[in-house]
Structures are given as C-alpha cells and as structure tokens.
Design a protein around this ligand. Structure first.
Ligand code: ZN
Length: 308
C-alpha cells in the first residue's frame, strides 16, 4: 500500500559546470512536483564501502575519493565532473538504491522511487563515465542477490542512452537479466543487439531516431515483457531515465508523458504477476526540466497506483 520516495538534500550539492545538462536544477524541479503525493519519504543513507564493493574494486573507490576536489569543479572524463559535494551525493544515490531494495524486500514499501543524483548507469567497473560515478542499480541488484538471498533480479533501463555501465557490472552474473532500450547511434555507442552477455542475460534493444510511443509500446509488450516473464525475477529494478521524451535536448526519441505512464503501468503489472509487485526505480537521465517533471511525476503516480 506504500510507495517510498528516497532522496537526500546532499544530492543538490553535486555541482556541474554552467550549461551541463545533468544539473542541480533537475532535482530542484522534480522534487517539488512530488510534494503532496502519498509517499513514504525516506532520506537516502550514504552507501557503505561494502555496498560499493559489490560492483566496483577497492582501488576504484580510492580513485574516486582521491579525485574529489576541496574546492571548484574537477573534470574526470569529457562529461563527468566532481565538486566538493559530489562524493556524498553519489554515496546517497547508491545508498538510496540499496535502502530501496531493503524496504521493498522487507515489505516496508511495495515499491520505491530513488530520486537522487548523480545517475549511475554509465559508470563502469573501473571508470566514471557519462555523468555517473557509481553503478547504483547494479549495486542494488547485487545487494538483493548477495545479502537478501534472491536468485534472480531483472533490471530494465528505459533511459534513452545505453546502460553500458550497468551491463559491464552485471553481465557476468547470470542471475541478473539486464534489458536496455536506447537510441542508436547515440552516446555511448555500445548496446548493439548482438551484445547478449556471456550468459545470454543481456537484452539490448536499439531504437531508431524518431521512435514514437506506439512503436516503443510494441517493443515493450511484445519483446520485453515476455522476456521478463520467462526469467521470473524476484525483484524488478528500473533505470528510469526520462530523456527518451520528445522534448529532451540530448536525444531524438519521441516519447510523450503518457508513454512513460504506460511503461510504468506495464512493468508494475509484470512485477505484480511475477514478484509480488516489488519494483525499485532509480532516476537516471532526463534533461528537459518540463519533460522531466511531467513524465517523472506521472511515473511516480503510476508507482503509487500500482502499490495501492
Ligand atoms: Zn540518458
């Protein structure tokens, strides 16, 4: 009967340069739109090292800690920056995803939305990338397997960019099904349908530029849902990017607000069928503030409806 909203003010302290799409204003726009909704509000904890080590090696944690600047903004890769507040923001994003899994598996919430930043799905095992420092959803999936004893977890990444980082972090574990829909060609260039992973548990679906709602819905219902149903996950984790929206400036897929509602409804219905409705949704991209607010808000409304 409950949808948890997990966030933390620290996520507003991850600063990026002027003009950078992944900016504080995203959460400053989205969070007020979620006020007044029937949500169990939870502060995201800081991830522990043991959480991060589920997905990243110890020397990578050392590298990120060492990279954190005392002042100013430091560039880690062409798109990825750290400010003095970035480390804690990233630890909240990963810790929030872990907390969401704990809550949903304990029955403290039916489902959860983790509204943190920086996002995570481009962070690879040993590389920050594409605005991302830690692989939040991969960490959450491994946490569910290693600490809660689940045997199968599915991740669906509907961000318009390929979740290369998540794929890198989870594809060697056949207990995790990773599904990503993404525009191709587009950053980061990976995610061809031929990339199926060593266990055949990666499903990459390339979208043409200009793909609209009806075509996306067909892919979801005819390809993705049957694959999820066959895999029978015990938990469904979503990499929820809203940059496949027609208004988004970074890509050319043309989904509408209602398509994100449809995606959420369909995935929640599938979860109700196979895993008691257990869904953990983590914010990834979405760079047009109006579209992020309208589609992200609808996504949360549909999570609430599914829980209710
Ligand atoms: Zn994206």
């Amino acid at each position: 009967m409950t949808t948890a909203l997990i966030t933390h003010p620290d996520c507003l302290n991850h600063l990026t340069p002027d003009g950078h799409p992944e900016r504080v204003a995203r959460l400053e726009a989205l969070l007020p739109a979620l006020e007044g909704k029937d949500l169990l509000r939870v502060r995201a904890p800081l991830a522990e090292d043991d959480d991060l080590l589920l997905a990243h090696p110890a020397d990578y944690l050392d590298t990120i800690r060492a990279a954190a600047p005392d002042r100013g903004i430091k560039q880690l890769d062409p798109d990825t920056w750290m400010s003095p507040g970035s480390l804690n923001a990233a630890l909240r994003a990963a810790g929030g995803a872990v907390r969401a899994v704990d809550m949903v598996l304990a029955g403290e919430a039916d489902n959860a939305f983790v509204a943190c930043r920086p996002p995570g799905h481009h962070a690879e095992t040993r590389s920050p990338m594409g605005f991302c420092l830690f692989g939040n959803v991969a960490i959450a999936a491994k946490h569910a397997l290693e600490r809660h004893g689940l045997e199968r977890v599915a991740i669906v990444d509907f961000d318009v960019h390929h979740g290369n980082g998540t794929q890198d972090l989870v594809q060697s574990d056949g207990r995790i099904l990773f599904v990503s829909t993404h525009q191709m060609p587009l950053y980061p260039g990976t995610g061809a349908p031929s990339e199926t992973g060593p266990h055949g548990t990666v499903l990459n679906i390339a979208l043409d530029e200009g793909t609209e709602g009806p075509a996306y819905r067909h892919i979801l219902t005819e390809t993705i849902l049957p694959r999820l149903r066959a895999f029978r996950p015990e938990l469904l984790i979503l990499s929820s990017g809203f940059d496949a929206h027609a208004e988004d400036p970074l890509a050319g897929v043309a989904l509408a607000d209602e398509d994100f509602a449809f995606i959420t409804d369909q995935l929640c219905a599938l979860a109700a069928e196979v895993c008691a409705g257990r869904v953990v949704s983590c914010l990834e991209g979405g760079y047009d503030l109006g579209a992020l607010v309208s589609s992200g808000s609808l996504h949360v409304d549909r999570l609430i409806a599914a829980a209710g």
